[in-house]
Design a protein around this ligand. Structure first.
Ligand SMILES: Nc1nc2c(ncn2[C@@H]2O[C@H](COP(=O)(O)OP(=O)(O)OP(=O)(O)O)[C@@H](O)[C@H]2O)c(=O)[nH]1
Ligand SMILES: [Mg+2]
Length: 399
């Protein structure tokens, strides 16, 4: 049941509207960007967006997330346009979800649910599958009534009526048993993975981290000459890939793993902790940033928050600003629209101010246009050599 697809693309793509609220400390443009990201998530999951609704609020409505007037407005649109799904940009509480569903009478999703669905489709290894299923069940447990109405409808159009309390109770027990089982399974998978990691010996471990879709897998392929799935969709990579890389006779391990995102559902991070072991146990992090994205600074913050949650924020870090080929300087920095020198100048300015502000190594590259790749390799090389010398002062066999 947890594997039920939310966007049924078998016959024709399902249509969706997006709903977000603008809080007092947020600007309209910021919310616009958040909704664009939500739209990208919906697109990745296979839905087609037909409308967007926003409302300025001091705080989300406890009962219905948006105000009742706004909900009526959404309802009219949903009915008129025969919309299949309404997607909210924040995690809804179980009671908000029930109230909204009762009112709108279509499938309701929130951001967490959407991310979980994308993860479920992309999971390939036993570990990723188990982790996602666990996160899905934990998400569903307090929302059981709603889920059952889904199943009832699927089974033969009984309608929107939920099951009796005893049915919910026995289902709760079933899900709790399943959760316990999945946790056990994960433990044994983790033990295997741990043994594998131990067998890797003394090589320095470098982990690529960053927001989703910034180019981590593309960089992995470039540096390690491997073949990791990369595409312009969110969360193309879910499993961790580790490759042995040799630069100028210096071997080290490079890993590519799941991308982070703003408001990553908490239990998902919890469940993915073992996939992220590679990050937690890494000696060096390579934080990849998509500098062509207007919100890249927000993305850096979101990644740092997740790293903090993993206890990996204090590791030595190289920041890689990727996609410089697509970088557009901010309007106000562009003195003259026709000035072709404007772009490189402001990238230079950004570089200087970044270096002045954060005293950590950074490099500006394009993984697809292969710009400054040598500089990047050199930076990794220097960092790994330094680390190796510190750790194994008597070992000079490697270089
Ligand atoms: N313009 C431009 N596009 C790039 C560059 N590097 C990667 N991309 C594109 O960005 C998209 C995402 O790349 P991936 O390597 O899959 O990104 P990722 O960080 O591994 O993404 P997830 O695994 O989904 O988190 C792909 O369409 C790449 O071709 C670059 O330097 N410039
Ligand atoms: Mg990837």
């Amino acid at each position: 049941m947890a594997k039920q697809k939310i966007f049924d693309t078998a016959i024709q793509p399902e249509t969706a509207v997006l709903v977000g609220i603008i809080l007092p400390n947020e600007s309209e443009e910021k919310e616009q960007e958040y909704l664009e990201e939500l739209a990208f998530l919906v697109d990745t999951a296979g839905g087609v967006i037909k409308g967007v609704f926003t409302q300025r609020l001091h705080h989300p409505d406890r009962a219905t997330f948006v105000g009742t007037g706004k909900l009526d407005e959404i309802k009219s649109f949903v009915e008129a346009e025969e919309i299949d799904i309404v997607v909210f940009d924040d995690e809804l509480s179980p009671s908000q979800l029930r109230n909204i569903e009762r009112e709108l009478k279509v499938k309701i999703l929130d951001r967490s649910n959407l991310i979980l669905d994308i993860f479920a489709r992309r999971a390939k290894s036993a570990q990723a599958k188990t982790q996602v299923e666990l996160a899905q069940l934990q998400y569903l447990l307090p929302r059981l009534t709603r889920m059952w109405t889904h199943l009832e409808r699927q089974r033969g159009g009984i309608g929107m009526r939920g099951p009796g309390e005893s049915q919910i109770e026995s289902d709760r027990r079933m899900i709790l048993n399943k959760i316990a089982l999945l946790k056990e399974r994960l433990k044994s998978i983790d033990r295997q993975a741990e043994t594998q990691r131990k067998n890797r010996g003394q090589l320095i471990r470098v982990a690529l981290v960053g927001y989703t879709n910034v180019g981590k897998s593309t960089i992995m392929n470039l540096i390690a000459k491997s073949d990791v799935f990369a595409e312009n969709k969110l969360f193309a990579t879910l499993d961790t890939t580790v490759r042995k890389v040799v630069i100028d006779n210096l071997p080290f391990l490079l890993s590519d793993t799941v991308g982070f995102i703003r408001k990553l559902p908490h239990h998902l991070v919890e469940c993915f902790k073992s996939t992220l072991d590679e990050v937690r146990e890494a000696d060096v992090l390579v934080h990849v940033v998509d500098i062509s994205h207007p919100s890249f600074e927000d993305h850096i913050r979101a990644v740092n928050e997740t790293l903090k949650e993993l206890g990996a924020l204090d590791k030595p870090t190289i920041t890689v600003f990727n996609k410089i080929d697509a970088y557009q300087p901010e309007r106000e920095q562009q003195a003259d629209e026709t000035d072709t020198e404007a772009q490189p100048t402001s990238l230079e300015e950004f570089k200087r101010s970044w270096m002045a502000k954060y005293n950590s190594p950074a490099v500006f590259i394009s993984a697809t246009a292969k710009t400054n790749v040598e500089e990047f390799r050199k930076l990794i090389y220097d960092t790994v050599v330094k680390m190796h010398t510190e750790r194994y002062p008597y070992d000079n066999l490697l270089y």
